[in-house]
Ligand binder design. Structure first.
Ligand code: SAT
Ligand code: MN
Length: 601
């Protein structure tokens, strides 16, 4: 009944038994995380039609999966934080009473794995052995989830060993919600097709995660957004650290000095591109430590240290090319899972803006024959690649250092076609927290719903903060109580400015190194800046534009204070602040008032 059990941890055995009784799978499999096991799972998925094996000569050990067309992104309106009270979850989260939610979901799980195998995935977020690493056990009936978890987390026997007989773990229960009746033929991507019947539910007080109905990305790979952000943000606040939606990069200047920078941008706004960027400025080098999540703790020296809890990249494929992100392209040359991209006739993959011509014909993400003149996109805009971080050519030597790396600068940003300048340094930690709290971005395909609409996404954490965002703002402010001078400098960046007729003002990608250079100079206290009502902006000559095609007029536009735009911005920030009521720290209202006063002077 229990399969080949690989642990002596009694509470784990008891929980797996309980879930087996509830979900009634045909088999139970404890994942050991070995290469042989991974291979056998991939073979099984090729047989069942979930995976298409790609051409071994072009893309060794790599596979393509096509999801159900309803199951292509995170479902934010079906994501719940079930803290004891609604107030604890805050207006930024859907809330339900934990007992009521469990009572609602238990009948869904009853028999939900009939005809399927229940896989037990022991996983660790953070390098095994790190003092802040967290062990979780995900129970799932999706082999696709198992294979992705093996890339995205440290997974298998080593985790069971680290857990030992008495260790505790975070319970993560996942089912695609598609039991098989006797004789019923399986489909390549089983799931609950009705988005309104999917559930991504967090119980921060247990802590535990229950996910039902979806097999895609952040809905189903529970180590990622669910554990490493929503649950971890709760744990972090209790334990005195931070769980953030941030990339971590190391930037080395021509003199050989390295600066560690973290950056919080919403999903599908270029974190992966920045994290492994190829600087166009001669002599500068970027190395990558993480592209999505940073766990940050205070060191004995008062500095903030960042560590990536993940083991792989779950990156957006469309738009990724040898021009935009060669290091991501190299990271996915082998041992990679592609989801919802085009299959080419030679057994490789293609997507929009891959920088190579589209194949004359291919199979699109729906599984239909497709040609460039079909009039539809071949890849889904949220199509993904899942690749091991260790395959990144510029992975930093310290990316698995349990101590993390000391942060010099924190960046916030988003997709803002107007008003927000290319780069803006905060006057203080508090002003920086204000900048983070005021962040906004045009929505993207990473979540179901309309794309391209401005929404406030404070700290890029709106979908990922597992408690009241007003309290989260307050928690960020507390870090300045001690050792203020050891804190990173805070900047707001915006690579996405456009002219009224839709032309990009800034080339982005490797050219962003010019902005990072100025940021390092500001950290050193040498960068030239002018004090403006909105923050410290670079003086017109402060950003190194050698061999860069941006005109002086465009640069002036990118660095100007657009008073009218900011007056509207202030109004919109104020409206968003009102959501948080009494939980909004007075220090942030003061920041908003001061900004208004400075602008109107
Ligand atoms: O699907 S994920 O949540 O993993 C990707 C994202 O939205 O950042
Ligand atoms: Mn993300």
């Amino acid at each position: 009944m229990l399969g080949q059990c690989i642990t002596k941890n009694e509470s784990l055995i008891a929980w797996v038994k309980e879930m087996t009784n509830l979900c009634q799978p045909t088999n139970v499999h404890w994942c050991d995380g070995s290469d042989e096991e991974y291979q056998s799972f991939c073979d099984l998925m090729v047989k069942s039609g979930t995976f298409t094996k790609l051409n071994e000569n072009k893309r060794p050990n790599s596979y393509l999966a096509r999801s159900h067309p309803s199951d292509v992104a995170r479902v934010e309106d079906r994501t719940f934080i079930c803290s004891k009270t609604k107030e604890e979850a805050g207006p930024n989260n859907n809330w339900a009473d934990p007992d009521k939610m469990k009572a609602e979901m238990l009948p869904l799980y009853k028999g939900c794995m009939r005809g399927r195998t229940l896989y037990v995935i022991p996983f660790c977020m953070g390098p095994l052995g790190s003092p802040i690493a967290k062990i979780g056990i995900e129970i799932t009936d999706s082999l696709y989830v198992v294979a992705n978890m093996r890339i995205m987390t440290r997974m298998g026997k080593s985790v069971i060993e680290a857990l030992g007989e008495k260790g505790t773990f975070i319970q993560c229960l996942h089912s695609v919600g598609a039991p098989l009746e006797p004789g019923q033929q399986d489909v390549p991507w089983p799931c609950e097709p009705d988005p309104a019947k999917k559930y991504i539910v967090h119980f921060p007080d247990d802590p535990a995660v229950w996910s039902y109905g979806s097999g895609y990305g952040g809905n189903a790979l529970l180590g990622k957004k669910c554990i490493a952000l929503r649950i971890a943000s709760n744990v972090a606040r209790k334990e005195g650290w931070m769980a953030e939606h941030m990339l971590i990069l190391a930037l080395t200047n021509p003199a050989g000095k390295t600066y560690y920078i973290t950056a919080a941008f919403p999903s599908a706004c270029g974190k992966t591109n920045l994290a492994m960027m190829m600087p166009t400025l001669p002599g500068w080098k970027v190395r990558c430590l993480g592209d999505d999540i940073a766990w940050i703790r205070r060191g004995d020296d008062g500095r903030l240290y960042a560590m990536n809890p993940e083991n792989g990249f779950f990156g957006v494929a469309p738009g990724t090319s040898m021009q935009s992100n060669p290091n991501a392209m190299h990271s996915m040359e082998k041992n990679t899972i592609f989801t919802n991209v085009v299959l080419t006739p030679d057994g490789d993959v293609w997507w929009e803006d891959m920088g190579v011509p589209a194949p004359e014909k291919g199979i699109d993400w729906h599984g239909n024959e497709w040609t460039p003149s079909s009039g539809t996109k071949g890849a889904h805009p949220n199509a993904r690649f899942t690749a091991p971080a260790s395959q990144c050519p510029v992975i930093d030597k310290d990316w698995e250092n349990p101590a993390g790396v000391p942060i010099s600068a924190i960046l916030f940003g988003g997709r803002r076609p107007s008003t927000i300048p290319l780069v803006n340094q905060s006057f203080s930690w508090e002003h920086g927290v204000f900048m983070g709290s005021a962040a906004g971005s045009e929505t993207t395909a990473a979540a179901l719903g309309a794309s391209g609409q401005l929404r406030r996404d404070p700290f890029a954490m709106l979908p990922f903060c597992g408690y009241n965002m007003g309290d989260y703002f307050g928690y960020w402010l507390t870090f300045a109580k001690e050792n203020r001078n050891a804190l990173p400098k805070i900047f707001f960046v915006n690579w996405f400015r456009k002219t009224a007729d839709g032309r990009w003002l800034w080339p982005g990608y490797g050219e962003n190194s010019r902005v990072l250079k100025w940021i390092c100079e500001r950290v050193e206290g040498t960068g030239k800046a002018q004090e403006t009502p909105i923050g410290y902006l670079p003086t017109p000559d402060a950003i190194d534009l050698s061999d860069c095609k941006v005109s002086a007029e465009d640069m002036a536009e990118l660095l100007k204070v657009d008073k009218e735009g900011w007056i509207k911005e202030i109004e919109s920030i104020g409206q968003n602040y009102a959501r948080y009521g009494a939980h909004l720290p007075a220090a942030l209202t003061a920041q908003l008032d001061e900004l208004k006063a400075r602008l109107n002077k």
